[in-house]
Design a binder for this molecule. Structure first.
Ligand SMILES: Cc1cc2nc3c(=O)[nH]c(=O)nc-3n(C[C@H](O)[C@H](O)[C@H](O)COP(=O)(O)OP(=O)(O)OC[C@H]3O[C@@H](n4cnc5c(N)ncnc54)[C@H](O)[C@@H]3O)c2cc1C
Length: 379
């Protein structure tokens, strides 16, 4: 039996389907307009055991691994959720793992448990106005002063940054380059910490995104995750699961658009016949299905490589680029086949078309993935 189809995972899939139908799909349009998710959604997902999946039970999680988290993403998207919902409801998937892996028991109790219980919201702050791809070049500075760090700098494009109660923040505690980077958990509301108005985005509109500014913010030294200088390695390790999650996001969104388009072309008639009867349309759908299959199998094969060997940097980078390119193709063809309706805000494929575009940028761009692959193949 495949690791994707165990009895437990079938039950997880079914539970996510039910929760998506009841708690998510009917409200997506309203959240997309509002530009953020209600906090009550985090609580609702925590109460049914879906928020903490893939985090160990010892830190308040629900157990399981990255495959369980992927199943939730798949079902949320296949059931009519949006990319913005997935990004914002599960931002803790990028904000907490470093704390779980290297943080003190104090940090786990203070931030991890309440977040997995749906009581706090966390963000990850790496990208700066001066650049995101070059993580080793960040300039936000944290200077030790007694029992505190004094933080000065800025972060941008931070998912859930408007609502976040805390930000796991990449700061420079040492000299230039990757050895000088550390992770510090910074509470919202500390003097000198300001949050911009919500950034106005093309897609992922249900997900609030912020620019954060730190002006001599005094952060307790006990909020350091691991040791000084550990930040870069912690961030890089975590990138593998983030990139796999984005590949999952891409293939599942593409599958949803394929499903919606299949139903549409059977129903829509032009010149007296259903669209599905035209060879040019049938071939478009066949190509969309092929690309979804390639995206899905490549993504799942990268999960297998990662879970079985622990080192799948090449496969993960290839899967992210493959799935995101497939998603862009499929959402574009979906809009085309829906005609004018595909361009209207009322149609779901229009939303996926806008949401797809971030996937080739976030979590490491296409170009950065190709740089990683190039190094791995000996260039
Ligand atoms: C909606 C949204 C949500 C986000 N959420 C978060 C978040 O929660 N936390 C966070 O820290 N960040 C977040 N980001 C930031 C995201 O990770 C960065 O935008 C991304 O890493 C790219 O960084 P950049 O925008 O600074 O582009 P740049 O690094 O300036 O790159 C610009 C272009 O140049 C290319 N490029 C860069 N270097 C090279 C090179 N050496 N060779 C060839 N091409 C190159 C890039 O691929 C890209 O096409 C988010 C972004 C968006 C849009």
């Amino acid at each position: 039996m495949s690791r994707w189809d165990t009895t437990e995972r079938q039950a997880l899939r079914e539970l996510t389907r039910q929760v998506t139908a009841k708690e998510v799909a009917p409200h997506v349009a309203e959240w997309e307009r509002a530009g953020e998710l209600p906090r009550s959604l985090h609580k609702a997902f925590a109460e049914v055991g879906l928020l903490g999946v893939s985090f160990p039970e010892e830190v308040g999680g629900g157990g399981g691994d990255a495959v369980d988290a992927a199943i939730i993403t798949e079902e949320l998207l296949l059931g009519g959720g949006s990319g913005g919902v997935v990004a914002s409801l599960f931002t803790h998937g990028i904000a907490l793992p470093h704390i779980v892996g290297a943080g003190s028991p104090y940090l786990v109790d203070r931030y991890v448990r309440p977040t997995l219980a749906g009581d706090l919201i966390g963000s990850l702050g790496v990208t700066e106005p001066g650049g995101g791809s070059d993580v080793a070049g960040i300039t936000t500075r944290a200077v030790r002063d007694g029992d505190e760090y004094v933080v000065t700098g800025a972060k941008t494009y931070i998912t859930s940054g408007i609502r976040a109660d805390f930000v796991t923040t990449a700061v420079r505690t040492g000299g230039p380059g990757h050895q000088g980077i550390s992770l510090l958990v910074i509470d919202k509301g500390l003097p000198g910490f300001t949050v911009s108005s919500p950034l106005d985005k093309m897609g992922w509109r249900a997900s609030d995104t912020a620019e954060l500014s730190f002006d001599e913010v005094r952060v307790p030294a006990r909020n350091l995750v691991g040791g000084e200088g550990d930040g870069f390695v912690l961030i890089m390790k975590q990138f593998q699961s983030e990139r796999l999650a984005l590949a999952t996001h891409a293939w599942a969104m593409a599958q949803r658009c394929l499903d919606l388009t299949l139903a549409w072309v059977k129903d829509r008639e032009t010149f007296g016949r259903p669209l599905a009867s035209r060879q040019v349309v049938r071939h478009k759908l066949a190509e969309m299905a092929r690309q979804v299959w390639v995206a899905k199998t490549t993504t799942r094969s990268a999960y297998d490589a990662w879970l079985d060997t622990g080192d799948a940097v090449t496969e993960v980078s290839m899967a992210k680029n493959t799935a995101c390119a497939a998603c862009d193709h499929v959402v574009d063809e979906a809009v085309q086949l829906f005609g004018g309706l595909g361009y209207m805000r009322e149609s779901e494929v229009e939303r996926h078309y806008r949401d797809s575009r971030i996937l080739r940028i976030g979590g490491g761009t296409d170009e950065i993935m190709n740089e990683v692959i190039a190094k791995r193949i000996g260039l």
